[in-house]
Design a binder for this molecule. Structure first.
Ligand code: G
Ligand code: G
Ligand code: MN
Ligand code: NA
Length: 255
């Protein structure tokens, strides 16, 4: 309860930050980023999202919090776009929580944020999790289709960890899947993980879905993923999540 109060206060007083973890293409070029929420706590340092997102989800604070994330990312996308820094950049991805997505006004909220910030919808990728999908597939599809109409794209986060992942591929209007870090981390030692990752990449190719591999930490992992046709790579091998100003420097230095 204390943490929830402090989080609410941080949100109200501008005490939260968005960092951006770069995503690279197979040839090494910078291709995009995932926006990640950071809470620098005056006493405890950075509080991990895994600790405070569930609290926010539980209490409903995730609604204003998620809106702040979306607005902040879109304002940033709009600014970088006007500065000419997003040429050749495929997307900036934003995490959407289940409760945020299932609001009746979610589609209108995203459209309003795009209009207010002037962010080009084509640069926005929304990352959904399994938690979103299992609740109401018909409503999920309707919302995704409405936003894809506007040009927004969708990615499924933590792919492979859910119990019905294959069902999403068949039913949801997706553009991208993110291979969960747990499959990538043991690629070098676990033949089962190699088989799973190969299978995901092969399926994605047949279904015409882009794939992002998460948690890429070594060249060996990158090479394996590259050999099997992975499109985007995210992880410490390339970069940790960066404050906005530092990510902007990466965008700028490309030219
Ligand atoms: O930032 P980190 O890599 O520690 O992320 C931990 C978890 O928190 C991940 O599952 C990530 O998706 C989630 N997360 C990070 N930022 C956000 C956000 O802005 N919104 C939501 N809903 N989840 C986030
Ligand atoms: O949305 P998701 O939960 O997948 O968020 C990504 C999380 O993974 C963040 O907490 C981020 O800090 C973390 N992360 C990003 N790159 C790496 C990496 O290469 N290795 C590990 N172990 N974690 C990473
Ligand atoms: Mn994510
Ligand atoms: Na993930």
């Amino acid at each position: 309860l204390e943490l929830e109060k402090e989080l609410r206060r941080a949100l109200e007083r501008g005490g939260l930050e968005l960092h951006y973890q770069p995503q690279h293409c197979a040839a090494g070029r910078l291709a995009g980023a995932e926006a990640l929420l950071r809470w620098p706590h005056p006493q405890h340092g950075f509080v991990p999202p895994n600790e405070f997102i569930p609290i926010a989800e539980e209490s409903g604070l995730i609604l204003p919090l998620g809106r702040w994330v979306l607005e902040t990312a879109c304002r940033q996308i709009s600014r970088w776009y006007r500065e000419g820094l997003l040429a050749g950049i495929d997307h900036i991805a934003v995490n959407i929580s289940p409760r945020q997505f299932h609001q009746p006004e979610f589609v209108a909220e995203v459209e309003a944020v795009l209009a207010a910030t002037g962010a080009p919808p084509q640069k926005l990728m929304l990352e959904l999790t399994e938690g979103i999908v299992i609740e109401d597939v018909t409503d999920t599809i309707a919302k995704m289709e409405a936003l894809r109409e506007v040009g927004v794209r969708f990615s499924i986060d933590d792919f492979g960890t859910g119990y019905s992942s294959l069902l999403y591929l068949k039913r949801l209007p997706l553009d991208e899947i993110k291979i969960d870090r747990s499959f990538v981390s043991d690629l070098e030692t676990d033949p089962n993980d190699r088989a799973i990752v190969e299978t995901i990449l092969s399926m994605a190719r047949h279904l015409d879905l882009a794939v992002v591999a998460e948690g890429v930490e070594t060249e060996t992992q990158r090479d394996f993923l590259k050999r099997h046709g992975c499109r985007f790579y995210q992880g410490w091998f390339y970069s940790k999540p960066l404050p906005a100003a530092e990510f902007r420097e990466r965008l700028r230095r490309r030219r």
